[in-house]
Design a protein. Structure first.
Length: 437
């Protein structure tokens, strides 16, 4: 099994993704078999990992996943690889406040569980020796987390590197790289993060440039030597969620992209067949499907086109009379009556559910969700606990007469009440599901 390491930082926007993608690309160019995983709930980074490594990347989430599932996903991600790189979320110790706990879901919990050392990316802009104080704090904050090395980012000169680097190495922590400011290497962004991998123009060239940049400014051999085998076992191979059916049709195109790889891989391992169709290409779900999944994505960017695609809309409505149709977040909005885009234009959706949503007045809905099903269905029997998260800017204008799908609580135990909708064989909510509770 591959040895692993974690690329983390004191905060978001420090350079984790730049270092991760550049490192993966540079090492792969050397002939090393590299794999990657992402800490926490994130759809976009794993797709970039896959582009850089040629291998699937999965999420490891210590809040939503039990130990067996977490260990199993990490072990399978490492199969056949020589190095496994875990990209952190936010700051290394950042998580969510829980009842009676200081935080859960942090990347530090993955480091503590696996024993993988942390390569800390430090933004050196505006400081020199003070960077050592920050590194010392991170190195001593938890006894079960090891800061194995540092990469300085946004350095202005060799003297700047020497001042900050000498002070950090005096702590006994090696500086393995120093990255000058390179704004031309940044990846394009959108309102929910980076523009997705398959939409990024010239992605292979961008990755190659990142790989050359990291190879020039980071000691790749010392980074590889930093990695350590995981101290966890092989975990469970059981699916995170039971398959929705035997033949599952999944909407997949630029409007429907937010699918967790560990879910679909788990369904396939459990014997389900996966079929894909494109609503943007006006394709109806395959007629032999016995379940349909509309994942999240960016339907608000394609609302007019979706509204005009009658073969898709009519096919989905016909299918919902025979088989379960499940949508989450963007998929849930498309299953509703109407979607108002950011310009205030209202577009009719499929009408399987009564929900009406709007992006005209953006409001961020963000956080982990612990949700119990309120009725039997393809996600499980009533009372089944599911773990997931919300991350969207849509507002709900009306819910119609549909029954709610879930009763949810936040990570801190706050009661969020009934969420989602169900009507006949159609069901959905804004919650992106990750695993059973």
């Amino acid at each position: 099994m591959a040895s692993g390491l974690i690329i983390a930082a004191p905060a978001s926007g420090t350079g984790k993704t730049t270092l991760t993608l550049g490192l993966l690309t540079a090492l792969r160019a050397r002939g090393l078999e590299v794999a990657a995983v992402k800490s926490g709930p994130d759809y976009i980074d794993p797709a970039f990992h896959r582009a850089a490594t040629g291998r699937p990347s999965v999420n490891l989430d210590t809040w939503a996943m039990g130990p067996d599932l977490l260990d199993g996903l990490a072990a399978r991600a490492a199969e056949g690889a020589e190095l496994l790189v875990c990209e952190a979320l936010m700051g290394l110790f950042d998580g969510v406040a829980g009842i009676g706990a200081t935080g859960t879901g942090s990347t530090a919990e993955i480091a503590a569980r696996t024993g993988w050392p942390v390569l800390l990316v430090v933004n050196a802009k505006g400081q020199s020796q003070s960077a050592a104080a920050l590194v010392k704090g991170f190195a001593t904050y938890r006894d079960d987390v090891t800061i194995g090395g540092v990469v300085l980012n946004n350095v202005g000169s060799p003297r700047h590197t020497a001042l900050a680097g000498t002070a950090i190495e005096a702590l006994g922590i090696p500086v393995l790289g120093s990255l000058p400011r390179a704004p031309d290497l940044s990846l394009p962004e959108r309102h929910l993060g980076l523009v997705q991998a398959d939409e990024t123009e010239g992605l292979s060239d961008r990755l190659a440039a990142l790989g050359r940049f990291i190879a020039e400014h980071v000691d790749l051999d010392r980074v590889v030597a930093l990695a350590k085998p995981s101290r966890t076992g092989h975990g469970s191979a059981a699916p995170a969620l039971p398959p929705l059916g035997q033949r599952i049709a999944i909407a997949r195109d630029a409007a429907f992209t937010f699918v967790y790889p560990h879910l679909t891989a788990g369904w396939q391992a459990a014997g389900a067949e996966l079929r894909v169709f494109s609503p943007l290409a006006d394709e109806a779900p395959p007629e032999d499907a016995d379940a349909i999944y509309l994942p999240g994505g960016y339907p608000e960017l394609h609302a007019a086109r979706l509204a005009a695609n009658h073969r898709f809309r009519n096919g989905l409505r016909a299918a919902a009379e025979r088989v379960p149709v499940y949508g989450e977040c963007g998929g849930y909005m498309v299953m509703g009556e109407a979607l108002e885009d950011a310009d205030g234009v209202t577009h009719p959706m499929t009408g399987l559910l009564g929900v009406r949503t709007s992006f005209a007045k953006r409001r961020l809905h963000l956080g982990y969700r612990r949700a119990a099903l309120l009725a039997d269905g393809p996600l499980g029997p009533a009372g089944t606990v599911l773990m997931g998260h919300e991350f969207h800017y849509a507002s709900t204008l009306a819910r119609g007469e549909d029954a709610p799908l879930l009763h949810a609580t936040a990570a801190d135990g706050g009661d969020l009440g009934a969420l989602g909708s169900r009507r006949g064989l159609a069901l959905g909510s804004f919650v992106h599901l990750i695993a059973r509770g």
